[in-house]
Design a protein around this ligand. Structure first.
Ligand code: GLA
Length: 461
């Protein structure tokens, strides 16, 4: 068997991983099988946290940790799944117009989400599901799971591309990103589109300035003297449990803030804070937050009756607009309106400044913006944890120019920006002051900006 290296996005170890998955697939199904391999990277977000689902920009980097999926055609209308990590058991499901999800937390739901996304997109463009080719997928994921580094997006992106490939379906990367962006909704998280866009559109040595509605991305060169230390706290940030409830609550709070602001400023119809920002000329976060304080108490009752009263609409109408998934249930804590909006709006200003800082190679400024982001995430968005804060303090003391939680928070990883020669000092400090006292296996590395997802063909023997 030979692998033709059609794409220099793949490094040697990724090609070897694909070859080993291919060997196992062929062992079961025949040496002459024509196979496709897809690699999709995870991402680390530099700044712009919890802004994407408000339609506001983000600045992530696709990382050199990837998921590889090798795919072969199989029985019509059947998807069969294996994972090289046996913690993720074999799964099979039938292709259908509406694929029912497995129980919450099942790894294969991300693959179902991807396939469902492809079906929804291409059905309206003439794809006949009754003629769809089934696909056998073999997965090797090396993006750490539940660590805030988008292992789920790496899996959905690679599965979507593999399923499309076997069925001869083509789509430009930017449209694929839009298509798979909603895939997490399938698993019940009202997530934005950052992770999938970063995984698909990443570029070597570049961060991506991503904007939404419509999705677009501009590469921003990483200064050559910058190093990114990414360290996993070991606190599970698993979006199928508590984190999902907290995440969805934040989405609702931000949507409410957008509507209350629009009413106060007479902006007409808006859905998200991004719509507000686009309608207000020369906006700034402080002025918008002041306007919001005028429009609403700091926090509102979660039954939405009070909010509906402020917005002059019925409670049910508001609930329908805010919670477009009936699985979303708000618990009895009040909804924070002002704090959440202050984070999202000030974070957007920081993202715009971060692009300027990175482009000018001003690492100190970039670090300061990252520190500001973390403070806002801690105080206003309330999604950090004591352990993340401890790691961040440690990284800064050891010489990081800036450090913050990355991803949804509530556990997961931190990212620390360092001058390259200082990265080893930051790693040593994390080992000595964080991992060792907790008796945790160190889970930190210098990660590099890597290319986005791509596909190669694996010729038969
Ligand atoms: C998760 C979501 C993203 C984004 C981040 C927070 O990673 O999947 O869409 O909202 O959280 O910035």
């Amino acid at each position: 068997m030979s692998i033709s290296k059609q794409n220099d996005a793949w490094d040697e170890s990724e090609l070897n991983r694909a070859a080993s998955l291919a060997r196992e697939l062929r062992a079961g199904a025949g040496a002459d099988l024509h196979l496709i391999a897809v690699r999709a990277p995870g991402r680390v977000n530099l700044i712009g946290e919890h802004t994407d689902y408000s339609g506001l920009p983000v600045l992530p980097v696709a990382i050199d940790r990837s998921t590889i999926v090798v795919a072969a055609p199989t029985q019509p209308r059947e998807v069969s799944l294996d994972n090289s990590d046996h913690a993720y058991p074999h799964r099979e499901f039938a292709l259908a117009r509406k694929i029912p999800p497995y129980a919450t937390g099942d790894w294969a739901n991300y693959v179902k989400a991807a396939v469902q996304g492809v079906i929804d997109h291409f059905e309206t463009r003439g794809f006949d599901i009754s003629k769809a080719r089934g696909v056998r997928l073999f997965v090797d994921g090396r993006v750490p799971a539940a660590a805030g580094l988008s292992s789920s997006a790496a899996l959905t992106v690679s599965s979507a591309l593999a399923f499309m490939s076997v069925n001869g379906l083509e789509l430009p990367a930017i449209e694929t990103a839009t298509m798979v962006a909603r895939s997490e909704w399938y698993v019940g998280t009202m997530a934005g589109g950052m992770d999938q866009a970063a995984s698909l559109l990443g570029q070597r040595d570049h961060a991506l300035f991503i904007e939404f509605n419509p999705l677009r991305a501009k590469p921003v060169k990483m200064p050559p003297d910058a190093a990114l230390v990414v360290a996993d706290s070991g606190e599970i940030a698993d979006k199928s449990g508590k984190v999902r409830a907290e995440y969805n609550r934040r989405v609702v709070e931000c949507r409410l803030a957008a509507r209350l602001l629009a009413r106060e400023l007479k902006l007409g119809e808006v859905r998200v804070l991004g719509d507000v920002v686009h309608k207000v000329k020369n906006w700034n976060s402080s002025a918008l937050v002041e306007a919001l304080k005028y429009a609403s108490p700091e926090r509102l009752n979660p039954d939405l009756v009070q909010a509906a009263g402020l917005l002059d609409m019925s409670r049910d109408e508001l609930a329908r607009e805010l919670l477009d998934d009936s699985r979303i249930v708000l618990d009895s804590r009040p909804l924070e309106i002002v704090k959440r909006a202050r984070h999202v709006l000030s974070e957007t200003e920081r993202v715009l400044q971060a692009v300027v800082a990175l482009e000018a190679g001003q690492l100190d400024n970039m670090g300061t913006l990252m520190n500001g982001s973390h403070q806002s995430l801690t105080e206003d968005f309330e999604c950090s944890t004591a352990r993340l804060d401890r790691m961040i303090e440690c990284a800064r003391r050891a010489g990081a120019l800036g450090a913050r939680l990355t991803g949804a928070g509530f556990g997961g990883s931190i990212v620390a920006l360092c001058r390259s020669p200082d990265a080893e000092k930051v790693i040593a400090a994390l080992d000595a002051e964080y991992y060792s006292p907790l008796r945790l296996e160190p889970a930190r590395a210098v990660l590099h900006a890597s290319p986005g997802a791509s596909r190669i063909e694996l010729a038969a023997a």
